[in-house]
Design a protein around this ligand. Structure first.
Ligand code: SF4
Ligand code: SF4
Ligand code: SF4
Length: 443
């Protein structure tokens, strides 16, 4: 009798996503695989508290007379799939049955496969089109006058109600602010003389991937990152062209659009990576996209691989700089007590808590970290039908923040920060960790 091992003793591996293969969007094969994996999960249940996808699954199974996934109506599987926002936490932190274990469970990639089938069959809704295209939204909403109107609509009760009724964007969900002038325009000198910078920099520096959020909604995080890196004399450039990394499209299962974004970003970033430059971004989701998602989707592409290897988290970069003795620790101000939420998309990069480690180099600064999901998760937390679940997921983080009077509240992900702020009753305002670091330099 063959003995089934409880958990794998070998290091987890992730199989590439065969999204162009014939089997990928074959509904029969997909639903067979969903049943196989759901069956394993309903026997295991380790992931019951991570998100709402697993509780939905376990409820569906428990509601059948025999407690058997095969007795669940296949249409109801979408309740599970739609509640997965592809954070990868179950795969990376909980599951003992990931490959090379013979059970071969990769829950997030299976959810992506199901989302891709749904996208292929039904296409995006109007709301999906708007929310998954932050660049277009930013370019329209950032037009003078339009920016003011959009911001005013987002800030008024009536405006929020109208948007909820027409688009299904929950009225209580946090909204980004739109700026008239993008950071790329404001700081155009960082992309104007790239050839000269490359030629005259003594050592390769860093290409800053601005992200559409940084470009349109939160220019401060870009400016703060530049200011902090320049304190340690790191040469910084922007890529001459940049397109949204594609994470919101991936969330919808729209892999073709992810490919289109990759085709614009990767050649440009690769031209720096081959010369030894590293690439970073102030948003963990974007780093994750280049580091892990694109190599999974395009395993044969050498340029994708080279860009993935050159991509680093910004605090990971500073940490490395410190090891080499080149990180400027000439801080002028302390931060006191810092409450730090570690976003899922950072946690699953498996690099440890480098943000905490850097912030704790600031004198009289104590960081309390919490590694729990904020519940924002891309566009999940703003959709009316998921808002309640999203608040439930983020509540433990907000409650922990509310327990003490912290001097600072931070998260590498500004969207997670806004989400926790919207649930918490604590008066402390959210600030990106680069903003905190800049404050400590007093620059
Ligand atoms: S990937 Fe994240 S959201 Fe999806 S099932 Fe796993 S833990 Fe839940
Ligand atoms: S994903 Fe893995 S750990 Fe989570 S419930 Fe399923 S089998 Fe268990
Ligand atoms: S993941 Fe990054 S680049 Fe993509 S939409 Fe979000 S902020 Fe923009």
């Amino acid at each position: 009798v063959k003995k089934i091992q409880e958990g794998s003793l070998e290091a987890p591996i992730r199989h590439p996503i065969d999204w162009q293969g014939d089997d990928f969007d074959n509904p029969k094969l997909l639903f067979d695989e969903l049943k196989r994996v759901f069956n394993i999960c309903s026997g295991c249940r380790r992931c019951f508290s991570l998100c709402d996808a697993f509780p939905k699954l376990f409820d569906l199974v428990d509601e059948t007379p025999t407690g058997d996934i095969h007795a669940v109506d296949e249409d109801k599987f979408w309740q599970v799939i739609d509640n997965c926002y592809l954070c990868d936490t179950c795969f990376k932190t909980k599951c003992p049955y990931v490959p090379p274990h013979e059970f071969n469970v990769d829950f997030p990639n299976l959810m992506l496969r199901a989302k891709a089938l749904k996208f292929k069959k039904r296409g995006p809704t109007i709301r999906d089109r708007i929310l998954s295209n932050p660049e277009k939204l930013g370019s329209i909403a950032g037009i003078p006058v339009v920016a003011e109107v959009v911001n005013a609509t987002n800030n008024s009760k009536l405006g929020r109600l109208v948007v909820e009724k027409t688009l299904g964007v929950d009225r209580t969900a946090p909204r980004p602010i739109f700026h008239r002038r993008t950071i790329r325009k404001k700081l155009s000198n960082y992309s104007k003389n790239n050839d000269k910078v490359k030629q005259y920099s003594k050592n390769p520096g860093v290409v800053l991937f601005l992200t559409c959020y940084g470009n349109n909604n939160n220019p401060e995080i870009v400016e703060d990152t530049i200011a902090c890196f320049e304190q340690s004399n790191v040469p910084i450039v922007f890529a001459s062209t940049e397109k949204c990394c594609g994470m919101p499209k991936l969330e919808l299962g729209d892999i073709k659009s992810v490919e289109a974004a990759k085709n614009i970003n990767v050649p440009e970033l690769h031209s720096w990576a081959v010369d030894g430059w590293q690439i970073t971004s102030p948003i963990p989701s974007c780093v994750l996209m280049f580091r892990q998602e694109l190599p999974s989707l395009f395993p044969e592409e050498q340029k994708v691989k080279a860009v993935a290897e050159a991509f680093v988290d910004p605090f990971e970069y500073l940490y490395q700089l410190n090891k080499e003795g080149n990180f400027n620790k000439n801080f002028k101000s302390s931060l006191g007590s810092v409450f730090y939420q570690v976003p899922c998309h950072l946690k699953v990069q498996s690099i440890g808590l480098k943000t905490r480690d850097i912030l704790e180099m600031i004198p009289e600064t104590k960081v309390t970290s919490i590694e729990r999901c904020s519940g924002h998760d891309g566009t999940y937390g703003v959709k009316k039908e998921f808002r309640q679940s999203s608040v439930k997921i983020g509540k433990p983080v907000a409650q922990k923040l509310d327990q003490k009077n912290y001097d600072q509240f931070t998260s590498d992900c500004p969207m997670a920060g806004a989400q926790i702020e919207s649930i918490s009753t604590n008066a402390v305002n959210y600030a990106h960790p680069m903003t905190l670091l800049r404050r400590a330099y007093k620059i």
